[in-house]
Design a protein around this ligand. Structure first.
Ligand code: TEU
Length: 536
């Protein structure tokens, strides 16, 4: 692989800075804490880290509400701390991807503070402002993902402004070229500093319909936004005019032109949309927009073989030369061991589901704690922090359970403070990094063996993807194929032993740490397991 293309097939470790490691004892994780733990991350065998936002923010959405794109929030440290993190990561051969939230800013950003002053200041048109209808109600029926109308009344301008998320997250107006230019300047700032890439928050929500047409209302939310809580009002509307507008393609080309002025950089867009796989294809194909993107298609509850086959088939059919990225856990959804695994034996389910994630064609994100096979953390209502969870409790319990502090040692080891910003789940203590370090069969040690092995398999890193058989019922059976190598992969995410028929005889590869077998043309997959095999 060309050094500029390091991101193809890469494994990216996602860090949620608040909850990773607290170096100064204030109960909140920080940048120097991350720097201290970089050798642990490098030791997993990943290629890169992605840091969730650490920029200046009032933290209403825990950093996804940015008040200054080019500075570090004092809670997390300073720009010098970030530079030190970057240098140490590069010394350890880890790339650094930072999270950029361009769709909206915080209402504390100086652009918005200026914009709301009047209808004719320099920033007046930087956000999406609209007059009330004659009866005083919002300009249209658009809903916020976090509940209620997507419009908030501003008494000074006597107009509504658009917010797809919290009222404190006003949407930037990308139809204004000055906004586009300002955002590209922010990118240059970080590219000059030496970051290796960007994770682009809700990359399909930069634009809105300039005519502000009403969204169609759906009675059966078949076109609902995957990944939101099912009872979220967001799911009751088809967000035709609010998100995924065609104008975005030209902006993504501008963005790519800036990135291409630097060597070996990458971008991974987050797509939360109807028709998300189509959008992924549109945004990543042609080599002139995003490098890669991920959707919420593997971040919901369905993980049946039938469902996964349909997602991956649709994707392969549409993708052309685009490059996917996959995640089965992140800071927005219940951890996969709980969401998909339910009551399944935790260690086995973690390994089997990670074997799937890490064998798909594309790059993968591994969310902090996933290498420990952590289940969802328990957070009682009194300790909830996520406004999204507080709004929809108890139908949707919000995102705090996947954001609890990392369990480093058998007593916690996240902070020296009496308490952390979110409670560390005591059920995580026996699964801590320290506890697992001593157990050769632990998920952690399996990851440490599997990732270096994976890196040597050209079929897994860069090979193409085909189904091995049209339908193997419960088993997920596919081939990866490069010029040098063919690998057959069978995954069993069920509690039953499955046997599958192979086209020709094959040999199982024990190096992967799984106990399934291949005898002749029959692959045997024990409950919650995987088999990697080479055809004879
Ligand atoms: O998430 C966008 C998004 O679609 C989520 O709101 C998702 O629907 C939900 O979290 C599923 O449970 C991004 C960030 O990842 C998220 O943390 C931010 O809150 C959001 O954007 C707003 O910036």
């Amino acid at each position: 692989v060309d050094a500029n293309d390091w991101w193809r097939g890469a494994v990216i470790y996602q860090i949620y800075p608040r909850s990773f490691f607290d170096s100064n004892g204030d109960g909140v994780g920080d940048l120097p804490g991350i720097t201290q733990k970089l050798s642990y991350i490098a030791g997993l065998g990943v290629d890169a880290v992605w840091l969730s936002p650490f920029f200046t923010s009032p933290m209403k959405d825990f950093g996804y509400d940015v008040a200054d794109y080019c500075d570090v929030d004092p809670l997390f440290g300073s720009l010098a701390d970030f530079q030190a993190l970057l240098d140490e990561a590069h010394r350890l051969n880890l790339k650094v991807i930072i999270d950029q939230v361009y769709s909206h800013t915080s209402d504390q950003h100086r652009w918005f503070k200026a914009s709301r002053q009047s209808r004719d200041n320099d920033f007046a048109d930087w956000y999406v402002w609209a007059d009330a209808k004659a009866d005083g109600t919002p300009p249209n029926n658009w809903l916020s993902i976090f509940g209620g109308s997507a419009w908030q009344w501003d008494s000074r301008r006597r107009q509504y402004y658009l917010h797809n998320f919290l009222t404190s997250q006003p949407d930037l107006n990308f139809h204004n070229p000055a906004v586009q230019d300002a955002i590209l300047d922010v990118m240059r700032f970080w590219l000059e500093m030496g970051v290796d890439g960007f994770r682009l928050d809700v990359v399909n929500m930069y634009f809105h319909d300039a005519e502000l047409r009403d969204n169609p209302v759906v009675s059966q939310p078949s076109e609902r936004h995957v990944g939101s809580g099912d009872d979220n009002p967001w799911s009751k509307q088809f967000h035709k005019y609010q998100i995924t507008q065609p104008d975005n393609l030209a902006f993504l080309q501008r963005l790519r032109q800036v990135m291409d002025q630097y060597r070996a950089r990458t971008s991974v867009g987050e797509i939360g949309s109807y028709d998300s796989l189509r959008v992924m294809a549109d945004y990543t194909s042609g080599g002139d927009k995003l490098h890669m993107a991920y959707t919420f298609d593997l971040l919901g509850t369905d993980h049946s073989a039938t469902y996964l086959r349909s997602v991956l088939t649709t994707l392969e059919d549409q993708l052309e030369d685009g490059w996917p990225n996959f995640a089965i856990s992140n800071h927005d959804v219940m951890r996969s061991v709980s969401r998909w695994g339910g009551e399944a034996p935790r260690q086995d389910f973690a390994k089997a589901s990670l074997a799937l994630l890490l064998s798909l064609r594309g790059s993968s994100c591994l969310y902090q704690g996933e290498e420990l096979g952590l289940p969802e953390g328990n957070v009682p209502f009194e300790r909830l922090q996520d406004p999204y969870g507080i709004e929809f409790w108890p139908e949707f319990k919000g995102r705090d359970g996947c954001r609890t502090p990392m369990a480093w040692t058998t007593t916690g080891g996240f902070t020296t403070a009496d308490d952390a910003w979110l409670p560390l789940d005591p059920a995580h203590l026996p699964l801590s990094a320290e506890a697992q370090d001593h157990n050769p069969d632990s998920v952690l040690n399996w990851v440490r063996r599997f990732l270096p092995w994976r890196r040597e398999q050209s079929a897994l890193v860069a090979g193409d993807f085909t189904w091995l058989a049209d339908d193997q019922q419960e088993a997920i059976l596919f081939a990866r194929h490069s010029a040098e190598q063919t690998l057959w992969i069978g995954i069993n995410l069920t509690g039953n032993t499955l046997t599958v028929d192979l086209p020709v005889e094959a040999t199982a590869l024990p190096a992967t740490g799984f106990t399934g077998t291949v005898t002749g043309k029959t692959m045997t997959l024990p409950a919650y397991s995987a088999v990697f095999a080479e055809p004879k």
